[in-house]
Design a protein around this ligand. Structure first.
Ligand code: PLP
Length: 465
């Protein structure tokens, strides 16, 4: 039954007045002007809904004080919810770039908490009572744990690559194998970074093969300024392939007196081969002869977003002096977190326990199975169909392509809704719970769950019942 304009007008007249609504609200903490605006907005939105209503049924409740209050509280609630907020990662992808890569260690959090409400010696040499450099903060510690001559830290590894190439070249050519002209996460492409630095890309070899003689020829050119090797950290080429290892490149770089830069990507400090992950370590990269090794702070290193450059002092000094160094410098909060993270590496065994990324990678299969079974039992108790099945977790974050970790996941089904409806409902939960769908089942991997996450997941499933 349609409804006449006259009847709608009756309801519009019944709408509460701004002042009546204001008096009825308990929002002591809100700025009175903002509150008044919110009330007007809520009344306007109800008015619009009344005018658009197609039948009479919702009008009585729309025109009520309660409806307007509800809209105002919901708006206040939205304003109090930060845009950047925690989510529960049940995907089993450890370095999930969309979910913020590495989680910080306890020690890193404590350091941030201690340092950031205070002034700090970020660029102040306390002993000498004069200006210091932020580049000195971590150089000693990084030298100790990597064996490098010197080190420098910038905003992220993309900036470390840009800065290194900018500082070590002079409008000449950077020699890179075609098999290593990689794209990492959309906007970071090696060819573009090289052009941006003012150098020119000298592509050599083919997509699948490059030989020492290709490097020899390019390095012998008058135009050559540097050799760049890029760890193809997010894909694998298999079959008829060949790359030239750092050891061989070292000899070629020496012969032509060129810096050898290695973009390692993920900063694995100590080998993970005992858990089946074969990724070159920072120390190996350095020992193989690179003049500069560049890596991220928030991939396998397990710290905050950062780019770390280690290697020959002469080259690091050139990077520090380059104008871009200021553009890509890192913030004190990240310095605090990175210093605490790196300290854990003084004891490799402690690092595996203290650094969440490493702890998740080395989490035992028994522990994962226990957690999966406990979660399964709770979900069955709530009336869901759930079982524990073998699956694979991924390292992610553009590290270790094709290398996975054995895991157990909880596979959930519900007779009332599809896997994608379940996935959506969990994602809309606060905090959002991010799972994975495979073959019409929702999968939850305990490998990436943190303490307390399972309980939140069970409560969310309970709420959906
Ligand atoms: C991840 C990665 C980068 C970019 O590092 P960010 O810290 O994300 O800026 C550059 N090079 C390689 C090889 C990488 O794997």
């Amino acid at each position: 039954m349609t409804i006449s304009m006259k009847e709608k007008s009756n309801y519009l007249r019944k709408l509460p007045q701004v002042n009546d609504v204001l008096e009825s609200l308990k929002a002591e903490n809100m700025d009175p002007v903002a509150l008044k605006d919110a009330v007007r907005e809520a009344i306007d939105s109800v008015r619009r809904d009344i005018l658009q209503a197609e039948d009479e049924s919702p009008l009585e409740s729309l025109a009520s004080l309660e409806e307007i209050q509800k809209r105002i509280y919901s708006k206040i609630n939205d304003q109090m919810t930060p845009n950047l907020r925690p989510v529960i990662n049940a995907t089993g992808v450890i370095l999930h770039t969309n979910l913020g890569r590495s989680l910080l260690s306890r020690k890193a959090l404590e350091r941030i908490e201690k340092l950031t409400p205070s002034y700090a010696n970020l660029e102040y040499a306390i002993d000498e009572g004069r200006r210091g450099s932020r580049h000195d903060i971590l150089s000693g510690l990084v030298r100790d744990i990597t064996g490098a001559e010197d080190a420098m830290v910038v905003n992220n590894n993309a900036s470390a690559v840009l800065l290194a190439i900018s500082a070590l070249t002079d409008g000449g050519e950077v020699v890179v194998s075609r098999g290593e002209l990689v794209e990492i996460g959309g906007s970071f492409r090696i060819p573009e970074i090289i052009e941006l630095s003012g150098a020119h890309l000298k592509e050599i070899g083919t997509t699948n093969k490059v030989h020492p003689r290709d490097y020899e020829k390019a390095a012998a050119s008058e135009e050559a300024d540097a050799i760049l090797k890029v760890h193809t950290s997010n894909f694998k080429v298999v079959g008829f392939t060949q790359e030239v290892e750092l050891e061989e490149l070292r000899a070629i770089a020496d012969e032509h007196d060129l810096p050898l830069i290695y973009d390692l990507g993920s900063g694995l400090m100590d080998s993970l081969s005992d858990v089946g992950i074969y990724e070159p370590t920072v120390r190996e990269a350095l020992a193989s002869g690179a003049d500069l090794v560049l890596f991220s702070g928030d991939k396998l290193l397990g710290g905050p977003q950062a780019g770390i450059a280690i290697g020959k002092k002469e080259y690091i000094d050139r990077m520090k002096r380059h104008p871009l160094a200021r553009v890509v410098r890192m913030d004190k909060m990240s310095f605090a977190a990175l210093e605490a993270t790196l300290e854990s590496y003084r004891n490799p065994k402690a690092a595996r326990e203290e650094i969440p990324t490493l702890a998740m990678i080395t989490k035992s299969l028994d522990e994962i199975k226990d957690e999966a079974e406990a979660l399964r039992d709770e979900l069955i108790r709530l009336g869901y169909r759930a079982e524990v099945v073998e699956d694979k977790s991924q390292i992610g974050g553009g590290s270790c392509p094709g290398e996975t970790l054995d895991t157990y996941v909880v596979s959930v089904e519900d007779k009332n809704c599809s896997a994608s409806q379940l996935e959506h409902a969990l994602r809309m939960h606060e905090p959002a719970i991010i799972g994975r769908i495979a073959k019409d089942h929702l999968l939850l991997d305990p490998r990436t769950l943190q303490k307390g996450d399972s309980k939140i997941i069970v409560d969310a499933f309970d709420y959906m019942r």
